[in-house]
Structures are given as structure tokens and as C-alpha cells.
Write a protein that binds this ligand. Structure first.
Ligand SMILES: [Fe+2]
Ligand SMILES: [Fe+2]
Ligand SMILES: [Fe+2]
Length: 424
């Protein structure tokens, strides 16, 4: 694998969260810029600064899979715990993000509450993100930012020592005197911001790190609904198994795993209500859902800075293409669709038919395979499906294993009360 650093992985994700998520546009970038300026004034060390900026850049990631996004843009978040806990749970299993997950866990904690907690539980960066986040929420996007300085500073100061850490407020008061603080909240892009950080603290990722991170991201989409809680996970594991059937190398099978985890990441830009809908979708709604394949490509292309990702992106973004030219978004024909994309396409449909949907029960594998053989395989590849069918039993077992694994995780989230999409 080519060299790939944590920064090269984090930046595209920050961009994806900001640009495709319709309710939180630019909020992560803006919070990261404000946090950077405040931390700079406080003289935060290189490593702490790097983690602060990454954490600020994805701080509300836990809210993407739950229905509380409207709440996040209010100044006093009534019950911030679910999206903080969810964010922490999603990221904590990704080893390089251990501290980042901890920072995110407490990014809405008040200074007063933090004083009753164990020493070291609340990292200082959480206090910085808390204030930076509220600054962005207080800024009215419809009026010129420099005209709002006084009011925002006053509102923050009124909560010093209660909501906000006095040292962070002190640094904010200093740094916010300069127009550049406000101008850069509006204008500094995330690449420019990362260029200001000391890269010596950045570190190289292994393939296994990338697999772990892809799994983490897949949960944003899967855990939006109990009906899809296992979807990308199952697609990933089926794809890597199918790779073996078709003689893919071990490395390519790992790429299939990553591509499977990320194939629906573009659903970040789709209203989760559409995915949960019980009634049949209208044409207009179906057209909106179709956009996700394009979004997946756009998000993952940011990662293609590293050539290692080339096939992963290609397979994921073409998972709805059909050899008869009736697929989307490119309406490609046979020769332009790689076997990797066809593998993801088969895994996608097998996984979907074996899952319950709001409007139908999960299908037994025999019924699903009959439908695929007759109606779906002709537009992907009949010869490939003949090979897949030989392994029906193994496939059924793997799908069951995937379901058990992910539903256990999903149930844990429900117990924590973090998943507001849980069945009542
Ligand atoms: Fe938040
Ligand atoms: Fe936020
Ligand atoms: Fe899809």
C-alpha cells in the first residue's frame, strides 16, 4: 500500500460530513477553525492541536445517524448526551482516534459538570470545542459576520465559569478581538487549516487501520435504521468472500471489504426518513435516493489522493450500474463495469433481500436466489451468479453471522438510548 496518513483520511471525511449533510453545512469546518484559533492563543502543543482540529472537524459525527440534528443548531442543547455518546462509541474502536473519541464524548460538557468528574476524564480540548461550537451556532449566516462580534462575545462571556471553561473564554476574548478570527471562520478551508498544523505528529496508517476506519464510517449509515443496521457490514463481508470465489488476491479482497463498508456512504446526503418509509416510494423520492451512488463517488474520490484507493472508489461508486445501461449514475455498459463492482452489486442485493424492510419480511435465501437468478443477475452477470449460487449454504451462514454481530452492537446502542431510530 502507498503511504497514507491520518490527515489524508481525516480531511475527506470532514469535507464529506460538511458538504453532504444538509443540516450541518460547514459547521464542522467552521468549528475547527474557531477551535484552532483559540487553542493557538493558548499555546496548545502540536499533538494536542492536531487531535483538537480532527475532533472539531468531526465532532457531531454521532448525530448523523440519529434524529437530533435540529437540536444541534440551537444554542442550548437540552440533552446533548446521545450524539456525544454515539460519536464516542463509533470512533473509540478505531485505535488512532482513541483521544479524539474521548474529546468528542464530552464536547458539550459544561465547565461546572466537568469539575465533578474524575481527573483526566474530560480532556481540555473538549472545552475548546464546546465554546467554538457554540460560537458558530450563535453566528447568524444571513448577516455579515463582523457586525456580530460584540453580541457573540457578550453571549459567551455571560456563561463563563458555568457553561464554559474560564481559561478558554479568556483566550477566546483575546483572539476574537481581531477580525481575522471571524473572517477565517467564514473563509479558511480545511486543507489550508491542516497545512498550518505540524505534520510531524501525523502518522502512517496500515491497511488494517483503514479497514477499521471504514467500518466506523459504515455505522453512520447502517445505524440510521434498524432495517439497515447490518447492511454495509454484510455487503463488506460477502464481497470479500466473493473475491475469493473469483480468485482475487488477498489484498484485493481487503479492498473489497473497504469498498463494501463504504458503498452507501453517500447516503449521508439522503434524508433518513426516505429509507424508513413504509409506503412505496414515489418516482421523485426514488430519484433522490439514487443520488447516493453519485455522492459515494464524490466522497470517496477525495480519498483517491492515494492510488491505493482507486479500485475501492471505482467499485463502490458503480455498485448500481447494470450491463444493459439501465443503472445509475453513469448508465455504463458491460465493458465499463469491473468485476469488483459486480461483486459489490451482488452482495448488495443479497444482503438487502435477506434483511427485513419496513414494507416486507426478510426473505429466505432460496426465495432471494430465485429472484436474483431470474430478475437481477441478467443485468449484472449470469455467469458470476452461477458461481455464487454454488456456495449458497456458506453465504447464508455468513449473512446470519453478520446479522448477529451487528444487531448485538445496535442493541447496545439502543440500551444506551443513543439510537432514536430504535423500534418502539
Ligand atoms: Fe454537538
Ligand atoms: Fe456542533
Ligand atoms: Fe446503494
Amino acid at each position: 500500500m502507498d503511504r497514507m496518513s491520518l490527515r489524508e483520511l481525516a480531511v475527506p471525511i470532514i469535507k464529506a460530513i460538511d458538504s453532504f449533510n444538509y443540516l450541518l453545512k460547514s459547521h464542522h469546518r467552521r468549528t475547527a477553525v474557531a477551535a484552532y484559533h483559540i487553542a493557538n492563543k493558548m499555546g496548545l502543543g502540536n499533538e494536542d492541536m492536531f487531535e483538537l482540529v480532527v475532533a472539531a472537524g468531526i465532532h457531531d459525527i454521532g448525530a448523523l445517524s440519529i434524529q437530533e440534528r435540529d437540536m444541534l443548531v440551537q444554542v442550548d442543547v437540552a440533552n446533548p448526551a446521545p450524539h456525544c455518546t454515539m460519536g464516542h462509541r463509533m470512533l473509540a474502536s478505531f485505535y488512532p482516534f482513541k483521544n479524539i473519541a474521548q474529546i468528542i464524548k464530552h464536547h458539550h460538557i459544561s465547565y461546572q459538570d466537568s469539575m465533578h468528574m474524575n481527573a483526566g476524564e474530560v480532556l481540555f480540548q473538549s472545552h475548546i470545542i464546546h465554546l467554538a461550537d457554540r460560537v458558530d451556532v450563535l453566528i447568524n449566516p444571513d448577516s455579515f459576520i463582523l457586525n456580530q462580534k460584540k453580541q457573540v462575545v457578550e453571549t459567551i462571556n455571560a456563561k463563563t465559569g458555568m457553561t464554559f471553561h474560564p481559561k478558554v473564554v479568556e483566550a477566546f476574548n483575546e483572539v476574537s478581538k481581531a477580525d481575522i478570527f471571524w473572517i477565517e471562520i467564514n473563509n479558511l478551508d480545511i486543507d489550508q487549516l491542516f497545512r498550518r498544523l505540524d505534520v510531524s505528529v501525523d502518522f502512517e496508517l496500515t491497511i488494517d487501520n483503514i479497514i477499521d476506519f471504514a467500518l466506523t464510517l459504515s455505522r453512520i449509515i447502517d445505524f440510521r435504521s434498524r432495517f439497515t443496521a447490518s447492511h454495509s457490514y454484510t455487503v463488506a463481508h460477502l464481497s470479500s468472500l466473493f473475491g475469493e470465489y473469483f480468485g482475487f488476491s488477498e489484498e484485493k479482497c481487503k479492498k473489497l471489504l473497504v469498498s463494501g463498508y463504504l458503498h452507501d456512504i453517500g447516503k449521508i446526503g439522503i434524508d433518513p426518513g426516505l429509507i424508513e418509509k413504509k409506503e412505496p416510494l414515489s418516482n421523485e423520492e426514488y430519484n433522490l435516493i439514487k443520488l447516493h451512488a453519485y455522492y459515494t463517488g464524490q466522497i470517496l474520490k477525495e480519498l483517491s489522493l492515494s492510488p491505493w484507493f482507486g479500485e475501492i472508489v471505482e467499485w463502490a461508486e458503480k455498485h448500481h450500474e447494470k450491463i444493459d445501461g439501465m443503472g445509475y449514475p453513469y448508465a455504463l455498459k458491460e465493458l465499463d463495469i469491473d468485476n469488483g463492482s459486480k461483486i459489490i452489486a451482488f452482495s448488495d442485493v443479497i444482503s438487502a433481500l435477506l434483511e427485513e424492510r419496513p414494507y416486507r419480511k426478510a426473505m429466505p435465501i432460496d426465495v432471494a436466489f430465485n429472484i436474483i437468478r431470474e430478475k437481477i443477475a441478467p443485468s449484472i452477470s449470469c455467469s458470476m451468479f452461477q458461481v455464487i449460487e454454488l456456495h449458497k449454504k456458506e453465504i447464508n451462514n455468513l449473512v446470519k453471522k453478520c446479522h448477529n454481530h451487528t444487531f448485538e452492537e445496535y442493541r447496545l446502542d439502543n440500551e444506551l438510548g443513543t439510537n432514536l431510530w430504535a423500534p418502539s
